[in-house]
Design a protein around this ligand. Structure first.
Ligand SMILES: O=C(O)CCC(=O)C(=O)O
Ligand SMILES: [Fe+2]
Length: 291
């Protein structure tokens, strides 16, 4: 099984890799460079995962997204037929067709490259990027130029408004492209090494489908399947899936039930976008190679 997927490209490459020349050798020691602020606020404290999903799924404002609850924890007053599970919900028309098309275009402008996974930890605390046969898609990151686009900005603002978690807790949008036969094997989005790093772990995945099985792209296959939950979300343009990577009782710890896989594309090309949301600010420490 793959450890987890790659994290946002690290803009501090020069500071770390050219440390002797730049006279910034202190920068090489991860613990000196990247202290964890013990007073920084966590997005989720114990009990907050459930509170978060209860709010999102009952807020009148979000009824326009026709939210489907595919899985949730069992409540005391539930009847026998309700299965206990992690939170996994979907939204319809979270992004418009025009926005989806523009995000696909922005991925092309940034440049799609073969996806990699987080590998070994290097002495400076950064990770090697490893290409695995378990992840054959391509992706690009929506960095500065892409984020200056009003469409990318609006989408990120909308996610922030819905989650009420600052957008600085999120990695740059990752734009994905899968050709026929491409897939991403069973994995989990949480990266355990990040538990004691400044941004903390990924707590939520907000995954957006930029095309789907029912539109002009004639995509077949490419669903996102959660084998432990027994649910497959089918790609539909504008649809978004949201799940928790952490436990309600301990939101720094992995909830293994949200393992998932991107099933192979049978026909056409699949496009999607990931927003990975962390416990604390991600953007600032990422600029210093501290994520
Ligand atoms: O493409 C998908 O359906 C899911 C992708 C995914 O799980 C990931 O990129 O971490
Ligand atoms: Fe994933």
């Amino acid at each position: 099984m793959v450890i987890s997927n790659s994290i946002s490209r690290n803009p501090s490459y020069m500071r770390i890799n050219c440390a002797p020349a730049c006279m910034s050798c202190d920068e090489l020691d991860f613990n000196k460079r990247c202290p964890v602020d013990e007073n920084a606020k966590n997005a989720f404290e114990p009990g907050d995962v459930n509170k978060f999903f209860e709010r999102v799924t009952t807020d009148e404002e979000f009824a326009k997204y026709n939210i489907t609850i595919h899985s949730r924890p069992r409540r005391l007053d539930d009847d026998e037929s309700v299965k206990d599970g992690p939170w996994l919900i979907t939204f319809e028309n979270f992004i418009s067709n025009q926005e989806a098309n523009r995000l696909i275009e922005l991925g092309g402008i940034e440049g799609y490259k073969r996806s990699s996974d987080v590998g070994a930890i290097k002495p400076d605390g950064s990770y090697t990027e490893e290409v695995h046969s378990t992840r054959t898609s391509e992706n690009s990151w929506c960095m500065e130029t892409c984020m200056a686009d009003p469409v990318a900005q609006n989408v990120v603002n909308r996610i922030e408004h819905l989650t009420q978690i600052p957008q600085t807790n999120s990695e740059s949008l990752q734009l994905l492209r899968y050709e026929e036969g491409q897939y991403y094997g069973v994995h989990h989005d949480l990266i355990e090494e990040q538990t004691h790093r400044p941004p903390g772990v990924r707590i939520l995945t907000f995954y957006m489908y930029l095309n789907g099985n029912e539109d002009e792209s004639e995509l077949e296959g490419g669903g996102t399947s959660f084998p432990r939950v027994g649910i497959t979300v089918t790609p539909k343009k504008g649809r978004a899936a949201l799940w928790s990577s952490v436990l309600n009782e301990d939101p720094h710890a992995k909830d293994p039930r949200t393992d998932h896989t991107a099933l192979p594309v049978i026909k056409g090309v699949k496009y999607g976008a990931n927003a990975w949301i962390h416990q604390r600010d991600f953007m600032t420490p990422n600029r210093r190679g501290c994520t």
